[in-house]
Ligand binder design. Sequence first.
Ligand SMILES: CC(C)(COP(=O)(O)OP(=O)(O)OC[C@H]1O[C@@H](n2cnc3c(N)ncnc32)[C@H](O)[C@@H]1OP(=O)(O)O)[C@@H](O)C(=O)NCCC(=O)NCCS
Length: 217
Amino acid sequence: MNEYNDDIEIVVADASYEKYVDVILQTIADSAAKRGSGIATRTHEYLATKMKECKAVIALAGPEKEFAGFCYIESWGNKAYVANSGLIVVEKFRKHHLATRIKMMAFTLSRLRWPHAKIFGLTSQTAVMRINHALGYRPVAFSELTDDDAFWRGCGTPGHPCCVNFDVLQRSDRRYCVCTGMLYDPAEHEGEPLPIQLPDEVVQKIKKLAELESKTN
Ligand SMILES: CC(C)(COP(=O)(O)OP(=O)(O)OC[C@H]1O[C@@H](n2cnc3c(N)ncnc32)[C@H](O)[C@@H]1OP(=O)(O)O)[C@@H](O)C(=O)NCCC(=O)NCCS
């Protein structure tokens, strides 16, 4: 991942990165307003918790460690499904494969922590489709995605539509919408290597968390 040589570091966030949460939320909100799209409601607390749980990836640029990009991980349907959500790259850092690098790390993290989970996403962005496709996702009908209501509430509810297209999703009874559903099924990729290697200490930490989680479930 260092082949880019652009002095941007991409790391699995922990509690010490909470100071970036407000700028992340602002960047996501500004970008959604500019695109005229809706946005799933996320609070400071929600993203801070993702960091504390090692379920977020952050990119920081230069010696000043300026915020450059972000993505977090959510699990659904009792961890049978995992989504890499909230992907954002600050405008001036776009088109340098930063989103690709962030997603590669979030994907690797997801594969290590929930090796049997299907990884999926909803997107209307060409860039995200390209990245997902390269990681092994394929486009699927919404019926192949999680049926966990909590996930779909991210698009909105009748009383509180989050996405501008929520009415389409509602009219189709969740069968289709403007976004494309994409899914990575680990059963179709047995024995394939992970896209990147995470630092040893991160791998150990993730394995411990996975072990703990499997004991408490
Ligand atoms: C979507 C977004 C994350 C992409 O970030 P990025 O760092 O510019 O993306 P990358 O440079 O990694 O691009 C990945 C691929 O998509 C292509 N791409 C990038 N931007 C594109 C665009 N606007 N239109 C078409 N293709 C695009 C790149 O050329 C690259 O293709 P390649 O691997 O074949 O060279 C960024 O534009 C963004 O933050 N947008 C606003 C938030 C958003 O839409 N998030 C996604 C929600 S699902």
